[in-house]
Design a protein around this ligand. Sequence first.
Ligand code: NDP
Length: 398
Amino acid sequence: MARVIIVGAGGVGNVVAHKCAARAEFTDILLASRSVDKCDKIAASIGSPKVTTAALDADVVANTVKLIKEFKPDLLINVALPYQDLTLMDACLETGIHYLDTANYEPIDVAKFEYSWQWAYQDKFKAAGLTAILGCGFDPGVTGVFSAYALKHYFDEIHYLDIIDCNDGNHGKAFATNFNPEINIREITQLGRYFENGEWVEVPALSIHRPIPYPNIGDRESYLLYHEELESLVKNIPTLKRARFWMTFSENYITHLRVLENIGMTRIDPIEYQGQQIVPLQFLKALLPEPASLATNYTGQTSIGCHITGIKDGVANKYYVYNNCQHAEAYAEVGAQGISYTTGVPAVIGALMIVNGNWQKPGVFNVEECDPDPFMELLNSMGLPWHEVIDGESPFEN
Ligand code: NDP
């Protein structure tokens, strides 16, 4: 039995609130975000007396501390933006509650994400006897759990990892991003990066691409991106010889992105406009559809999984594990599109892992450092069933 505070009332916050409300383990849920009207709308759609709401600017530690002291939760689920990770971790430490998020910290004025800032909290969480689980969405999140599950059950050593992420959905808009536009565009426009033979290799953004087959979807053009789970997986699975991340984009999406980049709309440095400082990317975010608003009439499905090769008992082994999620089914269940759903459900499972003790240990952890089995079980029963292919065809050369 636990009380939980959810911070962030966007597309993912909506899913997390719905899924928490459906679980008996959570007796009281406070949904807090910058715009309280968004929290109220979500709470009204859930219609449960367990859910209350509050306005919160989580950039200020004292605000969150005050709210936590009033509500007295056992843990905080951070589904606001990566900019709030450190202030929210500070607030959890000050009030003695557990912490979980779905995206690693990045400073607002530098488009660079890495775990160093949050890993630096290891000693503080350990000393306080509190658990912080980092990156517990789908990717990062389930992809790390999939890797840990493969290592536990199918490999003595993992050598090659290719994480493949396809959104084969259609929201009917000319251009939109499936999660927070600012964070999404910062991620895609940075240099491509992958790990090979003990080194990080950098390539121009979106310069490496190839068709990759996805189950029940077919071949889709997929682009090599740097994605945050690569950093922790390379550290936590030291036998990896190569680790890469691939994501599909339509030609239409890439064309829009190129134009926006070429004309300076993706810049994150402030410019002077009519006597006012504006950040072009933040202005662009204000023009683009909110991720949550894409859910109505979103058709098609996502497919995210891990192709893994390595050895077991001295013999080469191949393994592929994946989930496909239908946008329309996510909408029917919780009024969300598939990207918000595939992020929010694992966040709630991670929270349950803390509450039921499976993942409760003092310190700061990435998901692959925790036992994957109980998490994998809940994926099946909570809306994200997974499938595995043992020793099948791999689209990747080793
Ligand atoms: P949205 O933009 O839809 O929602 C973000 C929410 O955070 C909004 O409600 C926003 O409030 C709120 N917020 C922003 N700043 C503050 C603040 N200072 N204090 C309090 N609340 C604040 O994004 P998504 O729901 O799509 O994404 C949420 C998170 O999930 C992001 O961190 C994203 O990177 C992560 N994510 C992770 C994935 C994974 O697989 N691991 C995949 C997809 C997303 P307001 O509405 O007022 O702006």
